[in-house]
Write a new protein. Structure first.
Length: 185
């Protein structure tokens, strides 16, 4: 009888160690994912000043658009140490401002033909793609951690060792949620 009790205690301790290690691994994957997003967001922020300098010479009448991009970039810089939600909101505003800048650039044929502008646009698109990949990886890691933190019986171990749910990283861009208007005629 005593051996059965000892065996149950050892099995419970072994399971608790397994769950704890799983939680640690998931937390590390979330941190790794956030690091990947952070690197890509910094790359994008570093591209913007040079691109704006290229654009300024052509878009003399578009100061408001240029200022919106500059202000949005400053907001992103201010949100560097914020939560993923705060960071996502600031990044969404920047994405919208950049989208408006590229839309306005369509009215300037000389700018669209400028080699530097084309290179910046291509580099920015590459970074945007990398941000999306990093975001998917991070959000997948967050999902795995959150499931482990909330699921029974791993939630007992998570509570004992202060594991907390992580926050998803979403880019708040209203244009992404807008329903496209389709007209036939």
């Amino acid at each position: 009888m005593e051996w059965i009790i000892v065996l149950l205690i050892v099995a419970a301790a072994g399971y608790a160690i397994y769950v704890y290690n799983t939680l640690v691994r998931n937390r590390q994957l979330v941190e790794e994912g956030w690091s990947g997003i952070d690197v890509q967001l910094k790359r994008r922020a570093d591209l913007i000043p040079n691109m704006l300098e290229t654009v300024k010479g052509y878009m003399t009448h578009e100061r408001e658009t240029l200022q919106a991009v500059t202000d949005a970039r400053a907001a992103v810089q201010a949100a560097q140490n914020g939560t993923p939600g705060e960071r996502g909101q600031a990044e969404g505003i920047l994405s919208g401002a950049l989208g408006r800048l590229f839309a306005v650039a369509e009215a300037y044929p000389d700018l669209k033909a400028n080699t530097n502008f084309i290179e910046f646009q291509t580099a920015l698109q590459t970074v945007e793609d990398e941000i999306q990949l990093s975001r998917r990886y991070y959000n997948g890691a967050v999902r795995n951690l959150n499931v482990a933190v909330e699921s029974f019986p791993s939630n007992i171990v998570a509570g004992m060792f202060q594991f907390r749910k992580a926050e998803y990283f979403e880019l708040d861009n209203e244009a992404d949620r807008a329903v496209p208007e389709v007209k036939f005629g």
